[in-house]
Design a protein around this ligand. Sequence first.
Ligand code: GTP
Ligand code: MG
Length: 305
Amino acid sequence: MAGFFTNLTSGLKRTRESLLGGITNLFAGQKTLDANFLEELEIQLLIADVGVDVTEKIINELKIKLAKTKELDKETVLNTLKSQLATLLEPCSSALEIPNSIRPYVILFVGINGAGKTTTIGKLAKQLQNDGKKIMLAAGDTFRAAAIDQLKVWGERNNVPVIAQQHGADSAAVIYDAFQSAKAKNIDVLIVDTAGRLHTQNNLMEELKKIKRILQKIDSSAPHEVLLVLDATTGQNALNQAKQFHAAVNVTGICLTKLDGTAKGGIIFAIALALKIPIRFVGVGEKIEDLKTFNAKEFIDALFN
Ligand SMILES: Nc1nc2c(ncn2[C@@H]2O[C@H](COP(=O)(O)OP(=O)(O)OP(=O)(O)O)[C@@H](O)[C@H]2O)c(=O)[nH]1
Ligand SMILES: [Mg+2]
C-alpha cells in the first residue's frame, strides 16, 4: 500500500519521541551497563506508558541477555530492546480475515464513548467496499440521537445501506432486523455500531451481551468478530476498559485509535502482554487510509525508524 510506512511512521511520531527519545538520552555520559542505567531505562519505559508488567519483563530479560556486556553499546541495547518489543507484539499480529464461507460476516463494534467506533466503522466499511464487498451498517447506538444520523448521513454519502430505527428504540431489535435484512440482500459484511455510553457501565455491558445473544438466534457463530475500539490517548485506562469489555463479551480483536495524537502509544505493549488478543487495526488519523491493518513488524520498524 502506497505511503503505508511513511504514514505509520509519522503517526507514531509522539510515541517514538517519548519512548526512543528518552532512552537515547540515557546513553549520554553513561559508560557501563549498570544498575543505575537499568533503573533509568525502567523509568523511561514507564513514562512511555508500556505499563509495569511489560517494564519488569523487559528489564529482567535485558539483564539476562546483556549479562556479559559490561561496556554500554547503544546499538546493542537498542537492538535488544527492539527485538524484545517485537516479540511482545508478534502473538497479536493477526489481520482480520473474512472467509468466503461466512455470509453475512458480522462485525460487532464495542468500546466506550468517544473511542472512535463510528468513525472507524466508516473507514473500514470504505476499505472493504473498495475490496469489492457488499457492506451494510446497523445503527445499534440508539441511545444518542445524533449517533443514528451520523451513520445514516455517512451511509447515504457512501452508498452503503444503513438499518436504523428512532432514538430510544431497543438496540438489540434494530440489530436483529439488520441481520435479517443483510441475509435477505446477500450482504457480505454487516458492521454493527453500538453505544459507548448508557445510564451505567453495567447497563452497557448487559446490553452488549443481549446484542450478542440476539445475533446468535440467527446464526450461532455470530458475531464473527467482536472488535473493541480503544483510544490510545487514554493510556493505562485503555487496558482497564479492555479487561471489562473482554469479560463481558469476549473480545476477538482490538483496534487502537488516535495513535497520531499521543505519546502514550506504548500502551499497545501493555495490551498485548495482558490480553493476547489480536490487534487488528491501528488508527493514525482521520482519513480512510489512516486506519491501518496492524502488523507487528511494520509497527516496530515504524516506531524505531
Ligand atoms: N486523530 C484521530 N482521531 C480519531 C481517530 N479515530 C477516531 N478519531 C476521532 O475521535 C472522535 C470520536 O470518534 P467516534 O467515532 O465518534 O467515537 P465513538 O466511539 O463512536 O463514540 P460514541 O458514539 O460517543 O460512543 C472523532 O472526532 C473522530 O474523528 C484516529 O485514529 N486519529
Ligand atoms: Mg459512535
